[in-house]
Write a protein that binds this ligand. Structure first.
Ligand SMILES: Nc1ncnc2c1ncn2[C@@H]1O[C@H](COP(=O)(O)OP(=O)(O)O)[C@@H](O)[C@H]1O
Ligand SMILES: [Mg+2]
Length: 376
């Protein structure tokens, strides 16, 4: 496991420093950054990153408002960690500009950016106890002892770590370790919190719990947060604003409901929502003036009379609150149907059933995968 420590990474950072605001084009929001109240916590302006000749981030533009919880979501390898590390200053971007709280940060040392980052790997010092792990950065910055104590106690209370302060990381569960890593970020009172897949090493139940705690923490602190995950459910449940990335490019930025209801393309439509949206190609789509149709499993209904499509039940998944039905149809290919509650006894594997979409719930996509607005 590669445990990257922010402290050690910052110590080896050798990038040159530029004075804030030196000889760069004004950002689109420059006129707004005069007042502290409406200043964006972060602005990315056309940020790119290439390793060798290989571009892994392409023209990323993003604004994070003060106090906003932004989740960056996308499949593994799409560039999420690279983007976060560039914001933190642990990696240098190839071109473009980034501002934190209005100040240009392109070549500024990570320790001077006013950010704190929480990693998937926790990155705690094994030989230090919880209290020392949480206060180390403050000691290095020369924060007075009384102030460190105050911040440590407040963070420990917020994260229920009060009784664990003397323990070493090896004496903690995974969830407790991650809370210590979050506590270490909180005590620094950063302008911007960065989280890189912080729940990925936790088991499913703990993930849900810690997710709630992070949401609660965001409300309590009112802090600006950027949270990276490959898990669209984490994105949907935590975010004020979701940024969907794919292959180094931002696909869409929007509120969870916008991405769910009005995905801009097939990638976003397929990535957001579980079970995944059904896609239908061929003549069934052409009849609607589209190359591909999209219909979510929860927007299909079993129907006996004049169903739009009929097919054979290939498989059933009964989850208690609802049941997923996997159909094979001659006209629309494979379809997943989500039915609330239990199914009638006649719906078994091998049976033929009819399904129809709810009115207005079919999405249309053109041959390059962009969504065609319904009024076009
Ligand atoms: N130091 C590096 N050198 C070369 N390629 C890299 C380096 N770090 C990351 N990459 C590549 O950049 C792409 C994005 O990686 P990453 O940001 O880690 O993705 P994610 O966090 O979304 O899984 C991947 O193709 C990865 O192989
Ligand atoms: Mg990553």
């Amino acid at each position: 496991m590669s445990t990257l420590k922010l402290e050690s990474a910052t110590a080896t950072y050798g990038g040159p420093e530029l004075p804030a605001g030196a000889a760069v084009p004004a950002s689109k929001n420059e006129h707004r950054s005069g007042s502290d109240d409406i200043m964006n916590a972060l602005e990315l302006d056309n940020v790119t990153k290439a390793y060798g000749g290989q571009e892994v981030l392409t023209g990323v533009n993003l604004q994070v408002a003060k106090g906003e919880f932004v989740v960056i979501v996308g499949p593994s390898g799409c560039g999420k960690s690279t983007l976060l590390r560039i914001i933190a200053g642990l990696d240098e971007h190839t071109s473009g500009h980034l501002r934190i709280a209005g100040a240009l940060m392109d070549r500024v040392h990570p320790a001077k950016r006013g950010i704190a980052m929480v990693f998937q790997s926790y990155a705690l010092y094994p030989h230090l106890n919880v209290a020392d792990n949480m206060s180390l950065a403050l000691k290095r910055e020369g924060v007075p002892k009384a102030e460190i104590k105050k911040r440590l106690e407040a963070a420990a209370a917020m994260l229920s770590l009060g009784t664990l302060l003397q323990r070493r990381p090896s004496q903690l569960s995974g969830g407790q370790r991650q809370r210590v890593a979050i506590g270490r970020a909180i005590v620094r009172q950063p302008k911007l919190f960065l989280f890189d897949e912080p729940l990925s090493n936790l088991d499913a139940a703990l993930r849900v719990n810690t997710r709630l705690e992070i949401a609660q923490l965001h409300r309590t602190l009112g802090a600006s947060m950027i949270y990276v995950t490959h898990d669209q459910i984490e994105a949907m449940t935590l975010a004020d604003k979701i940024v969907v990335m794919h292959a180094g490019k931002v696909q869409q930025v929007g509120a969870p409901s916008e991405l769910y209801n009005e995905p801009t393309n097939i990638f976003v439509a397929g990535f957001i929502g579980s079970p995944k949206m059904n896609f239908i190609d061929g003549p069934a789509a052409q009849r609607h003036g589209a190359a591909t149709l999209g219909i979510r499993p929860e927007h299909l209904r079993l129907s006996d009379e004049q169903p739009r499509w009929s097919g054979t039940v290939r498989h059933l998944e009964y989850l208690g609150a609802d049941t997923y039905l996997f159909l094979k149809t001659p006209d629309a290919g494979e379809l997943t149907v989500r039915v609330v509650g239990e199914l009638g006894a006649q719906v078994v594997v091998g049976a033929t059933v009819g399904v129809s979409p709810l009115p207005g719930k079919i999405l249309r996509f053109n041959d390059t995968g962009e969504r065609i607005p319904n009024d076009a």
